[in-house]
Unconditional design. Structure first.
Length: 127
């Protein structure tokens, strides 16, 4: 269960780094690494829960955000509840769902995925 969540987390972290720190064929490795490591679990989850913002994104990004939130909750249960039990069939289903949502997410235009990176990484200030 944890690995399924972390697949989503690292997909999002790589998306942030690739779209914010890579320019054409040039990449500053320190800047890329900083962008990758900037993603925070709790902030990403709370930003994915912001329905008013998330509904502006294409469906594959909305689906990614919804599954990110769901899988983070399941990861917390799996990692911190010693009495938690998961059926193998449910775990396999979740793995399939993660693979599908990552594949669909990766086909979304870079401009939309960049907007998501900004949404999950940067502080929001009211004007």
């Amino acid at each position: 269960m944890s690995s399924s969540y972390y697949a989503l987390f690292h997909c999002l972290a790589k998306n942030c780094a690739d779209l914010l720190a890579r320019t054409g064929t040039h990449t500053s490795r320190p800047a890329w690494r900083q962008a990758y490591r900037a993603l925070q679990h709790g902030t990403a989850k709370s930003r994915c829960e912001q329905r008013d913002v998330m509904r502006r994104f294409p469906n594959p990004i909305q689906d990614f955000g919804n599954l990110f939130v769901e899988m983070q909750r399941k990861r917390h249960t799996a990692d911190y509840d010693p009495d938690a039990q998961f059926r193998k069939s449910d775990v396999v289903t979740d793995i399939d769902r993660v693979e599908d949502v990552v594949a669909r997410f990766s086909r979304v235009a870079a401009t939309e995925r960049r907007a998501l990176a900004i949404h999950v990484l940067l502080a929001q200030r009211k004007s």
